[in-house]
Ligand binder design. Structure first.
Ligand code: ATP
Ligand code: MG
Ligand code: MG
Ligand code: MG
Length: 567
């Protein structure tokens, strides 16, 4: 690729609205552009990386015996009524109507569609196990799209769904997929950790998430230093709070009309029941698969979806419960079929109150003390605790090592679904005895587009991105010095470009009429692993300069040596 025929679109300045480094660098390196909240256009450089990630995921899925399909993004609402997720999924599910006023959704996930396929196409145990996957656009109307493609509304996911006659068979495929996920992230040179994930709303089933470790990660992982244990703290390993099922709609109504105007007033109306020193409040719903979940975050400012560690002078701005703007539904149901009904609210140095269906909880001014309020006084109070305070430095659940904490970016999630969808949608097959059996299912997601951002979080310096070889947009960049004045440089650069390209090496040839400094800066920003600088002075000595992006080392090589290095 010649830059003169390409769209580089690099930016010198760091865009002020990009909070984390991957988002900043993806904008600066000309990888993506924002179209609207949570919607991104992939520019050529970004798309090349995305396709690399996708290809690795696809190869490992194929190797694991999964078979590729492609399902529609638009899904009939009827299927979502069948599984009752039409009501359970909440506002993250974007609903649309066609010209005949029929209901559709933009697929946030595809359990309904694949189960519809399975109940029609799989008739006998002889067809099992079957593992189908796709790489498809998903749409989730995230309450707070942020960090660029990291938490987008439209994003690319690989999702696989496996079908089994029994649990034994399910276990085998689950392990195969677990191993495939490890290979995917190993091939991308990412520092990752598989962790036990909560199986909350489905109950009892096995579930793992794969996290790329990074300070900017939204998830907190408890792992055993010197042991194997690792879990997302969302998981109910310790006696995390349980929350009694309640009629969400009715309770929301109640929440909207209390007469307290401040947290203190609110507290004084109810029993302050628990006090823990906490940094994070974790509120979980019951394990009941049907549990509805309503959380309202009520804060004294207008950015109520900004659930993060910030100072909000709530004292100066008394709570008003009556206006919609100041009461924010955080989530209506767990977004996705897979995990727990849970809400994590960092309350570091903040002053807030969370009102959930049948109780309220809040933190005081310095954010250090938590109170919980029984909303409907006859219901048991939820217990709350911070797993970090309780577990850090302690022995782990399996007795090996001491618990440490790390931040992670969830890039994959695998789950044993059991018969949740097959039962709701009556997907059965005939077993050896000719008897109808409900299919046992697993599902396996990879955040393909999120991986691109996660990889940058782990691989960058102050000059830009440092791509792991396997997902770099180009392998080599050729930077000619004053090519437009020196025919010799032009010739050598063209020859090298032709030789490498002919051998299938992905080369970017910076043939712009730019100063060398501009070219160097751009190419370091984009993060191409290998740079070959061709100039008159070195050609005189029969060499060119090779530079490695990773370690910054420069060496002189002959053109033949360069060719031999990459071919
Ligand atoms: P999160 O906890 O980050 O909201 P999730 O648990 O809702 O993710 P899953 O339903 O497990 O997501 O979907 C599978 C994978 O899709 C996730 O592991 C993640 O990598 C990716 N993913 C989910 N939501 C988004 C998003 N809004 N933007 C980009 N990738 C996403
Ligand atoms: Mg989610
Ligand atoms: Mg999650
Ligand atoms: Mg998940």
């Amino acid at each position: 690729m010649r830059t003169s025929h390409y769209l580089l679109s690099t930016l010198k300045e760091t865009p002020s609205d990009a909070e984390i480094v991957s988002h900043q660098l993806m904008l600066r390196a000309g990888m993506v552009r924002r179209l609207a909240s949570g919607l991104y256009t992939w520019l050529p450089t970004g798309l090349r990386v995305l396709r690399k990630v996708e290809a690795i995921v696809r190869e490992e899925m194929n190797r694991a015996g999964a078979v590729e399909t492609l399902m529609p993004l638009v899904q009939p609402g009827d299927l979502w009524h069948e599984t009752e997720r039409w009501d359970q999924f909440g506002p993250e599910l974007l609903r649309i109507k066609d010209r005949h006023h029929r209901e559709f959704v933009l697929g946030p996930t595809h359990e309904e569609v694949i189960t519809e396929l399975a109940r029609k196409e799989i008739a006998s145990y002889k067809q099992l196990p079957l593992n189908l996957y796709q790489v498809q656009t998903k749409f989730r109307d995230e309450v707070r799209p942020r960090f660029g493609v990291m938490r987008a509304r439209e994003f690319l996911m690989k999702d696989a769904y496996s079908f089994h006659i029994n649990q034994d068979c399910m276990d085998k495929t689950y392990q195969t997929m677990f191993d495939a996920y490890c290979r995917i992230f190993e091939r991308m040179d990412l520092e990752f950790r598989p962790v036990l994930a909560d199986s909350g709303s489905i109950g009892g089933s096995l579930s793992h998430e794969f996290h790329v470790l990074a300070q900017s990660g939204e998830d907190l992982i408890a792992y055993a230093d010197g042991g194997d244990y690792a879990a997302n703290i969302e998981r109910a390993e310790a006696p995390l709070p349980t929350h009694t099922r309640a009629n969400a709609a009715a309770d929301m109504h109640k929440v909207a009309t209390p007469n307290a105007k401040t947290i203190d007033e609110l507290v004084s109306q109810f029993d302050v029941a628990i006090e823990h020193t906490i940094k994070t409040l974790i509120v979980k719903a019951s394990d009941d698969a049907d549990a509805e979940f309503v959380a309202l975050l009520v804060r004294g400012d207008h950015e109520l979806n900004e659930v993060k560690a910030e100072k909000h002078p709530l004292v100066a701005a008394p709570l008003e419960f009556a206006t919609d703007e100041q009461i924010k539904t955080v989530t209506g149901a767990y977004p996705g079929s897979l995990g727990p009904v849970a809400l994590e609210i960092p309350v570091i140095a903040d002053h807030w109150v969370a009102v959930m269906s049948d109780f309220a909880a809040g933190a005081n001014e310095d954010g250090q003390h938590l109170f919980g309020i029984n909303w409907e006084r006859d219901l048991p109070l939820p217990e709350t605790m911070d797993l970090r305070n309780i577990l850090e430095g302690e022995q782990s659940p399996d007795g090996n090592g001491t618990i440490a904490m790390a931040r992670g970016i969830e890039v994959g999630h695998i789950f044993q679904l059991g018969t949740k969808y097959s039962e709701a949608m009556n997907a059965t097959v005939l077993d050896e005895n000719g008897k109808a059996q409900t299919l046992t299912m697993g599902c396996y997601g990879v955040g393909v587009s999120r991986i691109v951002a996660a990889a940058i979080e782990q691989n960058h310096d102050d000059r830009g991105i440092i791509w792991p070889q396997a997902i770099a947009p180009f392998s080599v960049v050729i930077i000619p010095m004053n090519m437009h004045k020196s025919e010799r440089v032009q010739q050598a650069a063209n020859d090298l470009y032709d030789s490498l390209t002919a051998a299938g090496v992905e080369v970017l040839f910076d043939d712009r009429k730019e100063r060398p400094g501009v070219m160097f800066n751009d190419m370091e920003l984009i993060g191409i692993p290998h740079t070959v600088v061709i100039g008159d002075r070195s050609l005189e000595k029969g060499v060119v300069e090779y530079k490695n992006r990773q370690d910054g080392n420069k060496v002189e090589m002959s053109l033949d040596e360069v060719i031999a290095k990459f071919i």
